[in-house]
Design a protein around this ligand. Structure first.
Ligand code: NAP
Length: 217
């Protein structure tokens, strides 16, 4: 596929570009201020910043180009606006707060555990340069668990993406933990989304979970 990669010079983008090329995609890199014309691309990917992502995605959707969005910090209002835009253009916009398979499983397990141990809190830790807080993964986990879950955010140098879900019961504690040690962890999920985004229904689809079969894919 001909793929337009927004945020190619960033930490995730730089790890992703070679993996996309290894998988046979033709990648055009876009950074801040480049403002490329998305017309003619088969798909676009955005790993930029919360204050940049919406304009990039809207431009692609208006050009009829499906988009895979990894950038976090989009609000419910942003998603509703993008959904409307994508439907009007007849293309899909796939958004995932976390493309690491293990993190998706962590969310699934946490949602299941919360049905039996309803008192829970989340601790998420990321690199100090992460702009949004709490993380999109933590917010998505809390929502999957029923919503009333306090989130504690840590920002320190040296970290990538780490999350613990702690569920307390009488005389017991269940901890579900996921660690991302390198940004290569996101590549298989992004490649899967890229493969599927062209055949998704027009509008916004949220979460890698939607692309993973329950049968073990
Ligand atoms: P980063 O290192 O700050 O990279 C962001 C890149 O985007 C920078 O190179 C930045 O350039 C560039 N940029 C800024 N505005 C742009 C624009 N308008 N068009 C094109 N490029 C632009 O951040 P990161 O760690 O790679 O993370 C990027 C985003 O992905 C964050 O929102 C992060 O939370 C999210 N993330 C998501 C996942 C997931 O699985 N969904 C995983 C990791 C990270 P400048 O340096 O010049 O500003």
């Amino acid at each position: 596929m001909r793929v337009l990669l927004y945020g190619a010079g960033g930490k995730v983008g730089a790890a992703l570009a070679p993996r996309l090329r290894d998988a046979g995609h033709e990648v055009t890199e876009a950074g801040r201020g480049d403002d490329p014309d998305p017309a003619g691309f088969d798909a676009a990917i955005d790993f930029t910043r919360p204050d940049a992502v919406r304009a990039n995605v809207e431009r692609c959707l208006d050009a009829g180009v499906p988009v895979v969005v990894g950038t976090t910090g989009l609000t419910e209002d942003d998603l509703a606006a993008l959904d409307e835009r994508a439907r009007a253009a007849g293309v899909a916009c796939f958004v995932a707060p976390n493309f690491a398979l293990g993190a998706v499983l962590m969310m699934r397990f946490a949602a299941e555990a919360a049905r039996h141990l309803p008192r829970a809190e989340i601790v998420e830790a990321h690199d100090e340069r992460k702009v949004d807080k709490p993380s999109g993964t933590a917010r998505a986990t809390a929502a999957a668990m029923g919503g009333d879950v306090e989130i504690h955010s840590i920002r320190l140098p040296g970290l990538v993406a780490h999350q613990e879900v702690l569920l307390g019961g009488e005389g017991q504690l269940l901890t579900i933990r996921h660690d991302t040690f390198s940004r290569e962890a996101f590549a298989p999920g992004v490649l899967l989304a890229l493969d599927r985004v062209g055949s998704l229904a027009p509008g916004v689809t949220v979460g890698l979970d939607a692309l993973l079969s329950r049968g073990g894919e």
